[in-house]
Write a protein that binds this ligand. Structure first.
Ligand code: C2E
Ligand code: MG
Ligand code: MG
Length: 825
């Protein structure tokens, strides 16, 4: 018997029955007519029921078995006898399923397979091994026949392919499986499945269906799908024929898929990642069941009409939507992998968050894109982090390049930028570095507080920035400003700077009417081809310093001689100590006198620096420089010692002594041993402190008034007299006079000079001096040059003075001759 003989004779038919109406047959197919011999007319007219197809006594047994099966599963597969319309009997396998129709009625769907030919074969070969062999050779797959005993399945027959799939020959297989006990070949962990099947068969089950792992000869595992059908009883045991399929590859795929799904689920549960797939043809977006909004029922797992209902438009940020749609459309036309970052609003969320969507397209055999798979993950934190990092960077950049008070560049950055900028300078334009500082900044700081000072700095900075000619502006430090300016001509640039400064001063004076705030500005024009940032800034600074010395015009353009002057300054500092050692620095004395009778009452020590040619350099040429470099402290003590030596000599010579005032710079304040040194030296030279006057300027109180006052108090207690020099030059305050340890006020020459200007000036001086007198301080006028001045002051009752009316500062030897009585004999 050939396989084709069997296949050609197998008939199939199907029918549907209304379970609730005694299994009345409602739908049938052509196969049904062929198997049963009924016609369409029979079915319709006779109201045929399923049980009409049975031999009468068979149906109760069948129905019992069926209901037992349906109690545990919704599909039943039973073999039974079928009675045709003509009364003849045939054998069928009957596969039945139950379902509900749209009206909720229970429908049975049954497939009949005519197996009468197998039955006939069975009958024909009547249980001989040969006939079974023949049977299984003609069935598809790796077929075997097994006998089910109470505890095991025994292989009776099998095709060669059956043994081959396990890697054995028939003999090897039989030996390994201990005479064909199937359990011997199965993977031990899967034995319970086999045992369950055996138990079910013992209970009457007529089919076998299992997927288990078998162990190949080479000990590798393989997955087999085993399907079996009851054949008959033999020696009291049921025989089954089995079809065995190697499904290892499919299982591996399944397993990989399962692991992958598990991994994805794990990721999805522990991260905010979302895996999706989009069914292009049906326009359905599928989301995982365990995705939280799906689990919570906020969105369906399958979003139908995804594009048709413009779902993306509702969730993607409007600004990102066109980009998103473009990308999506391109995914639908070509097979590719893509990634896009867009803002998405999730259910329940008010705000959009950044997500990265990764998408892979998959095409069918015709190359049409049928599915998009992808992952969506939040990159919001990353974006936020990136943003804060870049914001922080910006802040750090700003802090490290700009001045926090004015917002202008700091010195280092200014220099860098100028260098870079001038590399591409415009050859027709005029460039300059403009260096400015305030003349009376400490006044605002001291009297109105730091905030006012800062506001002033800010306002000047703003004016620099606002100028259309400014390229870069910078606050170098304190009240020092530097900017790079660009104009068409030099005149234009100079005028802009003057206008800027004038406007600033005007505004500040309005705010602080009592201040004498000024801006001193130096301009250094640049040749961009030979720009040297250090030299050019230095030039602007020299011009600024020069400007500061001016009276009315506080703006100066750099010129070469300034550099020479600076070189001279440098020389002064370098030469001072040598000059002291070699006594080219000399003590001069200028007498102080009573203006009415021109009697000498004292002297002031003034320094003179002798040049090689015998001429002298005046203090104005070097004092400022020495103050700048701090050497003034050494000079003052040298002068003080010279005074002490002089007094000592007079003392030793028995000449009458006159008090001598010595100028002490405010820098001494920085030295804690200042007072001790002054007292100590006087002791060393054994000079009574009442012959020494300490002259300090008002400005000495500006930096550290407390320290200054305590120093002066100690000196005063030690018997020294304290003189305030140049009174009225700065911002004299009477409260300073009231509270401070001061004995003498030296009124600045400027007041004396103003005596001859007007009655008003005279009246002013008179009143001021009366006020000073009220504080019980002595008054000495500086720079009295003529009789008129002397007469006026004397008339007011102020007689002490120092000035050319009597004498200039003269060398000690001259002074001695003129004013100090001859040595006692
Ligand atoms: P000062 O302490 O106010 O000294 C008075 C200045 O006025 C002296 O200038 C003196 O020569 C000048 N003078 C006096 N009477 C007249 C006058 O009738 N007409 C004119 N036009 N000038 C007169 P000098 O000697 O050039 O000193 C200038 C300044 O240099 C001094 O002003 C003082 O502040 C400073 N100085 C001089 N020697 C020393 C010193 O040894 N140490 C310190 N720290 N400063 C000194
Ligand atoms: Mg003086
Ligand atoms: Mg003076």
């Amino acid at each position: 018997m050939r396989k084709s003989d069997i296949v050609s004779r197998v008939n199939y038919g199907s029918l549907s029955v209304d379970v609730q109406e005694h299994n009345r047959i409602i739908v049938v197919d052509a196969g049904f007519y062929a198997i049963t011999g009924y016609t369409m007319q029979d079915v319709m007219e006779q109201q045929l029921c399923f049980q009409d197809l049975f031999v009468k006594e068979d149906y109760p047994i069948y129905a019992k078995e069926l209901s037992a099966i349906l109690a545990i599963q919704d599909t039943a597969y039973l073999e039974h006898r079928l009675q045709r319309k003509d009364g003849s009997i045939t054998h069928v396998f009957c596969l039945g399923k139950q379902r509900k129709d749209e009206n909720g009625r229970l429908i049975g769907e049954i497939t009949l397979t005519d197996i009468s030919h197998i039955k006939r074969l069975q009958a024909k070969y009547n249980e001989t091994e040969l006939e079974l062999e023949a049977l299984i050779q003609n069935l598809p797959g790796s077929v075997s026949i097994v006998e089910i005993k109470e505890t095991a399945m025994h292989l009776l027959h099998a095709t060669e392919s059956y043994f081959r799939q396990f890697g054995y020959t028939r003999e090897e297989y039989m030996a390994t499986s201990n005479g064909g006990i199937l359990g011997k070949l199965f993977y031990p962990q899967d034995l319970p499945i086999l045992n369950q099947q055996i138990e079910a068969i013992v209970r009457g089950e007529k089919t076998i269906c299992m997927q288990v792992r078998a162990v190949r000869k080479d000990q590798s595992l393989m997955w087999v799908d085993v399907r079996g059908q009851y054949l008959r009883m033999q020696n009291g045991n049921p025989l089954f024929y089995l079809a065995t399929f190697d499904i290892t590859k499919a299982k591996q795929r399944d397993e990989e898929l399962r692991l992958q799904t598990e991994r994805y689920q794990l990721i999805a549960e522990h991260t905010d990642e979302l895996f999706y797939d989009y069914d292009v043809k049906h326009d359905i977006l599928n989301l995982p069941q365990n995705y939280l909004p799906v689990r919570q029922g906020k969105i369906p797992a399958a979003i139908t009409g995804y594009l048709k209902r413009s779902i993306p438009k509702k969730v993607v940020h409007p600004e990102d939507y066109p980009r998103f749609l473009r990308e999506l459309m391109s995914c639908l036309t070509e097979e590719k992998k893509t990634s896009i970052e867009v803002r998405i609003r999730m259910p329940d969320m008010e705000d959009y968050e950044w997500y990265r969507l990764i998408c892979v397209c998959s095409a069918n055999e015709q190359g049409e894109i049928v599915r998009l798979f992808g992952r969506q993950s939040s990159v919001d934190n990353l974006k936020r982090l990136k943003k804060t990092v870049s914001e922080d960077k910006r802040i750090i950049e700003r802090l490290s390049t700009t001045d926090p008070v004015t917002g202008l560049l700091n010195r280092v950055t200014f220099k860098e930028r100028c260098g870079l900028y001038l590399e591409d300078a415009d050859s027709d334009a005029c460039y300059a570095l403009v260096y400015s500082d305030f003349n009376d900044f400490s006044y605002v700081n001291d009297n109105f507080g730091y905030d006012s000072g800062n506001t002033m700095l800010y306002e000047f900075g703003s004016m620099i920035s606002a100028s259309p000619a400014t390229v870069f502006g910078s606050r170098i430090n304190s009240d020092y400003f530097l900017c790079l300016m660009k104009t068409g001509t030099r005149d234009e640039l100079e005028q802009l700077v003057r206008e800027r400064d004038a406007l600033f001063i005007q505004r500040q004076r309005r705010k602080y009417p009592t201040s004498e705030i000024q801006v001193a500005t130096g301009i250094s024009f640049i040749d961009p081809r030979h720009f040297d940032v250090t030299v050019d800034i230095d030039n602007a600074n020299l011009a600024r310093r020069k400007a500061k010395t001016g009276k009315n015009d506080l703006c100066c353009v750099y010129y070469e001689a300034l550099r020479a002057a600076r070189a001279k300054e440098k020389n002064i500092a370098a030469e001072l100590h040598g000059a002291i050692a070699s006594h080219t620095v000399e003590l001069f004395l200028q007498p102080k006198f009573m203006m009415d009778d021109l009697q000498i009452i004292g002297a002031e020590a003034l320094v003179r620096w002798r040049n090689a040619d015998g001429t002298y350099r005046m203090p104005s040429e070097f004092i400022e420089v020495l103050e700048k470099v701090g050497y003034i402290v050494d000079l003052d003590f040298f002068m003080y010692e010279e005074v002490l030596r002089c007094l000592r000599r007079w003392q030793e010579d028995g000449r009458p002594l006159v008090p001598i005032s010595v100028n002490f710079s405010r820098l001494h304040n920085n030295y804690p041993d200042f007072v001790d040194r002054v007292i100590g030296l006087a002791r060393r030279y054994q000079i009574d402190s009442r012959y020494i006057e300490i002259e300090v300027t008002e400005s000495a109180f500006a930096s550290d008034a407390e320290q200054m006052e305590s120093n002066l108090r100690r000196l005063r207690e030690a018997g020294f007299s304290i003189d305030i020099d140049d009174f009225g030059k700065g911002y004299s305050s009477l409260s300073l006079l009231m509270g401070s340890p001061i004995d003498v006020i030296k009124v600045d020459k400027a007041f004396v000079d103003s005596i001859e200007l007007s009655e008003k000036h005279r009246e002013y001086i008179k009143r001021m001096c009366m006020l000073i007198q009220a504080t019980e301080k002595e008054i000495v006028f500086e720079g009295v040059e003529n009789r008129n001045q002397a007469d006026f002051l004397c008339a007011c009752g102020f007689k002490k003075a120092q000035g050319w009316l009597l004498d200039k500062a003269v060398p000690v030897s001259v002074f001695e001759q003129k004013y100090v009585g001859s040595p006692a004999c």
